[in-house]
Write a protein of this length. Sequence first.
Length: 285
Amino acid sequence: MSQLPVILSVLKALLQIVLLAVPLYYLLKFLRRSRGFPILAGLLAVLLALYTGAVLLDLDVLRYILGKGVVWIPTLLVVVFQPELRRIFANIGGTHVRAALRKETAAGVVSQLAKAVEALQEEKIGAILAIEREESLAPFTTGGRWIDAPVNAELLLTVFYPGTALHDGGVIVRGDRIAWAGCIFPLAMDERRRAFGTRHRAAVGLSDRSDAIVVVVSEETGRVSVAYRGELLRGVSHNSLVQILGAAFESAEARPAELAAAAEGEEGGAPDRIARAIEAAKEDF
């Protein structure tokens, strides 16, 4: 009986360690996969170097300022990782429940999308289509109209035909439905994207803020481009587009283990299929 308090004390200490270590471990894994991690790592390295120098050189004022600045780290994390945090809370909020498509249905959707893009390309009609995947695109429906119609090539051609009310905005495809049309997507603001047209900047901007695949048709050249994870692939052929779209809809059927592997950054997950399809498309040039 005399050792019971000691055992309880040890168990209590172990429990506290686990409760602190496990969330911290998964937080670090999440941060390492995010685009803001290099920024945060570089900033922390600079702050650590400054603090070390202040201690070694006995710079009291600088050490005091840096010590007080620690309270701003949570605010810094929110600013740096705002896109990732927004996605997490959007998914927790239950704004989107993804319905997996059967292979036959997915193949039909891909066929209709590819047919529409090919017709838009031939007529040089500008268009931007976002394929919603695991992350909801509900926050990016600004200015849009709720359509909720089956994916159909003729309907997409009508939406983007010059002079119609919704032709300047983007279309969001959710599963086998055209969910929204006429949406104003966020523009990519970095300097190397400034030379892009508005549609291409919008495609890159949306793909940088979500896991969507965004297809763009240029009204000047008729060329087809695909944006994914903040990168733009220009001059995509019809066959390559079919492969990329097919990979996107395959992810809706991916087994939980595959999606978990993708989330952990391991090979074989659904996003890897899309990346491989895009790499294959690059070889067409």
